[in-house]
Design a protein around this ligand. Structure first.
Ligand code: HEC
Length: 124
């Protein structure tokens, strides 16, 4: 059995471990919900390879930074024109499209959790 001191250290290490976008940070339902909007509002200017490049360029940055950038600047022809929940489902769809796994909880910007999730480059 572990001593209390050792189990406390183990618990701290686990809490400090940053999550990444490989850890299932969106749900399949959310990604599916974003597909139509993504195709209507984003596909005319970017393809999946563009987003793979974005994730590579933003290696180690919090996912919240990318979300905020998209929220404020995209779609370039009508920035900020959607609700946060729509941008969340679009980002979920982009994560799915570029090969990151889905998980149990949806992306939720207002909860602040996107600040604790780091971007890692896509596995090709
Ligand atoms: C009318 C064309 C157009 C549309 C539509 C559009 N974008 Fe963009 N997007 C751009 C341009 C131009 C840039 C900046 C130049 C570049 O990086 O190619 C850009 C940049 C980006 C970036 C890179 C941001 C960065 O700093 O890493 C992302 C991600 C992105 N767009 C996502 C989206 C999403 C999501 C949508 C749909 C909601 C969307 N774009 C719709 C033209 C567009």
């Amino acid at each position: 059995m572990m001593s209390a001191a050792i189990s406390a250290i183990v618990a701290c290490t686990a809490a400090a471990q940053p999550k990444t976008i490989e850890d299932g940070v969106y749900t399949v339902e959310q990604a599916d919900a974003g597909q139509e909007l993504f195709e209507q509002r984003c596909s005319s200017c970017h393809n999946a390879d563009f987003y793979r490049g974005t994730f590579s360029n933003r290696n180690n940055q919090p996912l919240a930074y990318l979300f905020e950038e998209i929220l404020v600047t995209m779609p370039a022809d009508l920035p900020g024109s959607m609700m946060d929940s729509e941008y969340e489902s679009i980002l979920a769809h982009i994560l799915q499209l570029t090969g990151y796994p889905a998980g149990d909880a949806p992306l939720d910007y207002a909860s602040g959790t996107m600040h604790t999730v780091n971007i890692v480059p896509p596995k090709d």
